[in-house]
Design a protein around this ligand. Structure first.
Ligand SMILES: C[S@@+](CC[C@H](N)C(=O)[O-])C[C@H]1O[C@@H](n2cnc3c(N)ncnc32)[C@H](O)[C@@H]1O
Length: 303
């Protein structure tokens, strides 16, 4: 959902910043690596291709199924697939008695999911306004709109979406709720937010005006930032000495959390940061892969 998508971009997912990720994972053949966000399997395949072994997590059964069909027959027991939320990865790895040499977390969703009508992520979807990637989560996007105060809605849109019209959209939603006219589908919500933009005098934008609103609701519904911090905090103590954690994030709030987490760890003497400003994609990738535009990479190396 980052940046405008061309028709062909909607169909395929290209892994982001693979060369930089591989540089910092610095694969040692035979060692174990964790891919916390398997997705379409691009990064996992790159690690396996250099001789690493991978434990890959994804809470989306489709991502796991795809890797089971396409990667397991090629890489066999060098690949283990785990269909759980990565917030629990520390516990899962302890149960496997596994100490990884490196961890990659490429946050967010893959393009096919961002287009998925089922989860209500596409601006065109006409199903329920749900947005849960994991059906065991309780809050849906609609229940957030139904139950949050104006201030809570504005703070969700501003903190998780960097939405400049957060208060205007929150007020309009609360007013629609009062009249029993809340948007009930993603398509209606997208049109509703576009209407707010239009009334405020914004007639043109590079992205769909609802992009930030959808991103904010998605992050809150799926508790993405908690999962990220919990998952990485669980896996850090298991890392081999000299092993690295590489995180790609696509949103300023996520990047801030990772920055603080890694800085705290390095101040506590648990490891070091090879660079302090996040790395971004190079020009060629920016041109070819729209998803790379907002990517920020941070790395922590364990003592
Ligand atoms: C951007 S994609 C990863 C793309 C992957 N690196 C590649 O090269 O194809 C992110 C994936 O992480 C999964 N995901 C997001 N949050 C998760 C979580 N908390 N636990 C487990 N999987 C998660 C999504 O289902 C999605 O498949």
């Amino acid at each position: 959902m980052e940046g405008p998508m061309l028709p062909s971009d909607r169909m395929i997912h290209r892994s982001v910043m693979t060369a930089q990720v591989m540089e910092f994972l610095s694969i040692r053949p035979g060692a174990w690596y964790v891919d916390a966000t398997l997705g379409q399997g691009g990064h996992t395949e790159a690690i396996l291709g250099q001789g690493g072994h991978v434990v890959a997590f994804d809470m989306d059964p489709e991502a796991i199924g795809k890797a089971r069909a396409e990667l397991l027959p090629r890489f066999g027991d060098r690949l283990r697939l785990v269909n759980v939320n990565h917030r629990n990865m520390g516990q899962v790895l302890r149960e496997m008695d596994l100490h990884p040499r490196g961890v990659l977390l490429d946050s967010g969703w893959a393009m096919p999911q961002a287009d998925s009508d089922a989860a209500g992520l596409s601006f065109e979807a006409t199903g329920a306004l749900d947005m849960r990637m994991d059906p065991s989560l309780e809050t849906t996007a609609l229940s957030l709109l139904e139950n949050s105060s104006i201030e809570e809605l504005a703070s969700i849109l501003s903190n998780y979406g960097d939405e400049p019209l957060a208060m205007g959209i929150a007020r309009a939603l609360a007013e629609a709720r009062g009249r029993g006219r809340l948007p009930g589908t993603p398509k209606e919500l997208a049109a509703f937010v576009s209407g707010v933009y239009y009334r405020k005098g914004y007639r043109r934008s590079r992205r769909h005006p609802a992009t930030r609103t959808f991103m904010a609701l998605r992050i809150v519904v799926n508790r993405e930032i908690d999962s990220l911090v919990l998952g990485l905090s669980g896996v850090r103590p298991l890392l081999e000495s000299g092993g690295s954690i590489v995180v790609l994030s696509f949103h300023s709030r996520e990047d801030r959390e990772i920055k603080h987490l890694f800085r705290n760890w390095s101040r506590e003497g648990l490891g070091s940061l090879p660079f302090s400003k996040p790395r971004t994609a190079d020009k060629e990738e920016l041109r070819q892969n729209p998803r790379s535009r907002s990517a920020k990479m941070r790395v922590f190396i364990a003592n």
